[in-house]
Design a protein around this ligand. Structure first.
Ligand SMILES: [Fe+2]
Ligand SMILES: [Fe+2]
Length: 296
């Protein structure tokens, strides 16, 4: 009971914070007429070919930084839209009544993110990329376990973004508008991540109590969440971005980059915080990082 009170208190606190931090996304940014020539749109060490030796021409790398920025923002647009639909379907059901107010802020904020990331791509880069990977097959589960899956996906998604946003928001090599988009997103996401982890824990406990919480079911959930983590890391490697940067044989480069041994420690770093969370909260028996198959 005490734990539930503490959780509710946190939800109330984050709701108040959302009200205080609220901004108008349509007036928040000063969009320059054009992006400065010869600038890195992404920190070069975050390019998907970094450390692989697959591309070493500086001009191509700079162009790839532009295309991978578009890919990164496109991933937010498509990924969060799907997840917003899931949240919207639940927001006024009895299972979610206690969190409905917070979730309204979540939807409002994600709608703003979706807008500003797409706006950047439309203004400076000819638009966003279409969804490039086939969506991960959805498990056929009862409501309580589906809730766990949906909010786990949200927290994984947000942790990946936060890894990059928190760092690129402070990188002076990036043009000011890009730094600002990363920093503003990071600020909102710090609330979402704090909520998301506690909420997933709460939903998992609820599913174990009210639905089939047997070992076999739990193992299947763990397997699905891990597959989603792998799927998410792979989505950073977009062959369209390679092609648009003028890289020959984009599919081959994608395969080679993804499976390069130096990339695995980086994949682990992006996922470290959320992987630890799943293990510590008992949702995972073993860490994703111990046996991920991103490169396979
Ligand atoms: Fe977001
Ligand atoms: Fe978010």
């Amino acid at each position: 009971m005490k734990e539930i009170d503490a959780f509710q208190e946190m939800v109330d606190r984050l709701t108040d914070k959302s009200v205080d931090d609220h901004y108008n996304p349509y007036t928040r940014f000063t969009w320059p007429d054009e992006m400065p020539a010869g600038s890195w749109w992404m920190s070069p060490e975050y390019l998907t070919v970094h450390g692989t030796g697959l591309v070493d021409d500086e001009d191509t790398l700079e162009l790839l930084a532009q295309r991978e920025t578009v890919n990164f923002f496109s991933l937010h647009v498509h990924g969060i839209r799907e997840l917003m639909i899931e949240v919207a379907q639940r927001i006024h059901t009895p299972r979610f009544a206690a969190y409905s107010e917070y979730l309204h802020h979540f939807l409002g904020e994600e709608n703003a993110h979706m807008w500003f990331f797409a706006e950047f791509c439309n203004r400076y880069a000819g638009g966003i990329y279409p969804e490039s990977q086939a969506p991960l097959r959805q498990e056929d589960l009862d409501d309580a376990w589906n809730d766990v899956i949906v909010f786990s996906r949200i927290v994984i998604f947000e942790e990946i973004f936060d890894y990059f946003n928190s760092r690129m928001g402070k990188d002076d090599r990036l043009p000011p508008i890009l730094r600002e988009l990363h920093a503003v997103h990071h600020h909102d996401e710090s609330r979402h991540v704090a909520f998301g982890k506690q909420f997933v824990k709460h939903l998992h406990e609820r599913a174990c109590e009210t639905a089939d919480g047997g070992a076999e079911r739990r193992a299947r959930i763990e397997e699905y969440i891990k597959a989603y983590m792998t799927y998410s890391v792979r989505s950073l490697y977009n062959p369209d971005a390679y092609r648009d940067a003028g890289i020959a044989q984009p599919l081959k480069v994608r395969r080679e980059a993804m499976s390069h041994p130096d990339r695995d420690p980086f994949h682990q770093k992006i996922m470290a915080r959320v992987d630890r969370f799943f293990v510590n909260s008992g949702i995972f028996e073993t860490a994703w990082g111990d046996s991920n198959d991103v490169g396979r």
